[in-house]
Design a protein around this ligand. Structure first.
Ligand SMILES: Nc1ncnc2c1ncn2[C@@H]1O[C@H](COP(=O)(O)OP(=O)(O)O)[C@@H](O)[C@H]1O
Ligand SMILES: Cc1ncc(COP(=O)(O)O)c(N)n1
Length: 319
């Protein structure tokens, strides 16, 4: 039998329809529960093709961070360029960035590639400290996130501590979280989500406060009593990014991501001696697809102009 003709030397090599694409710019967690690893697993579970630019290696497990090795900013930029030049992306997210130089390099490349490719959505998860207590962003880089990255963000997803650091406000209640969300919105992101994992921790629900500059929303879900919360913020922001890549309007992406993270926490596997990871793959477990809406996303899917269309939906770079 003649062997099949070799693939052409140029052009796409696959034959299946291209899936939505999402890129994560974040640190590696050797323990697999947070960072790049959590992001790529989440993209995969939500049927989005994931790409990555690694900002740092961490020697980490469920008990803590043992060591951090930062990637030179030029190498972070080179990874972003290599991916976006060839593969492109339908959405991107940032996680652990480490230093001012890396924050600045990422912001510069996002601005550059948005001009080339069109204004793809960017989710900024302003990671500062690991749950285990290790710093993942140095002190001066907090100002760089405020100055350079927040103005580019379609969605910013600080937890309680990060929202306090970025605004200087103390957050003890949902009312405080709302005040912080308004202050963060003034720094430039189109949408702000102040996550409630660490707000009113004794309450029956984990409530995230959402503000788009005009309207207030809340993402509510039962609070699950568990130690398996390593990487919840990474998984949540990756799910938002995946749903944005699939064309969901922002609020629908936030709601779908909240359902996903809640189920991922609920189905967490027993792994490690410390704060264990969540389950990114529960949609594939028997009966596990309950929070994964099937069919066309709300608003009509990838063709909706909302995906990259309006400044408010995509965010950042105000005139
Ligand atoms: N114990 C929990 N039960 C249910 N949802 C939770 C729990 N802890 C956190 N969440 C949710 O997980 C998401 C990530 O929040 P959070 O843990 O505050 O982020 P981070 O990992 O950045 O500290 C949010 O939607 C939050 O409400
Ligand atoms: C590489 C990397 N990125 C992000 C986090 C935050 O996750 P968590 O707050 O759950 O420790 C982490 N621990 N490691």
């Amino acid at each position: 039998m003649p062997s099949p003709a070799p693939a052409a030397a140029t052009g796409p090599t696959g034959t299946a329809a291209p899936p939505p694409r999402a890129m994560t710019i974040a640190g590696s967690d050797s323990g697999g529960g947070a960072g790049i690893q959590a992001d790529l697993k989440t993209f995969n579970a939500l049927r989005v093709f994931g790409t990555s630019a690694i900002t740092a290696l961490t020697a980490q497990n469920t008990e803590g961070v043992r060591d951090v090795h930062l990637v030179p900013p030029e190498m972070v930029a080179a990874q972003i360029d290599a991916v976006l030049d060839d593969i492109g992306t339908d959405a991107a997210k940032t996680g652990m960035l480490g230093t001012t130089a890396i924050v600045e390099a990422v912001a510069e490349r996002v601005r550059f590639w948005r001009q080339r490719l069109g204004p793809f959505p960017l989710v900024v998860d302003p990671v500062m400290i690991a749950k285990s207590g290790a710093p993942l962003l140095d002190e001066p880089a907090r100002a760089a996130i405020r100055e350079h990255l927040l103005p580019l963000a379609t969605v910013v997803t600080p937890n309680r501590h990060e929202a306090e650091e970025l605004t200087g406000l103390e957050i003890r209640s949902l009312a405080d979280a709302r005040r912080a969300a308004a202050a963060l919105h003034a720094l430039g992101p189109a949408w702000v989500v102040v996550k409630g994992g660490h707000v009113e921790e004794g309450s029956a629900e984990a409530v995230d406060v959402v503000f788009d500059g005009h309207e207030w929303h809340e993402l509510r879900a039962p609070r699950i009593a568990t130690r398996s919360t390593h990487g919840t913020g990474c998984t949540f922001s990756a799910a938002i990014t995946a749903y944005l890549a699939r064309g969901y309007p922002v609020l629908a992406a936030l709601q779908a991501a909240k359902a996903y993270i809640t189920d991922a926490i609920r189905h967490a596997p027993a792994i490690g001696r410390g704060h264990g990871p969540t389950s990114s793959f529960y949609p594939w477990e028997p009966g596990g697809a309950e929070s994964e809406p099937e069919g066309e996303p709300p608003g009509g899917g990838r063709s909706v102009p909302d995906r990259g269309g309006t400044a408010r939906a995509v965010g950042g770079e105000r005139p």
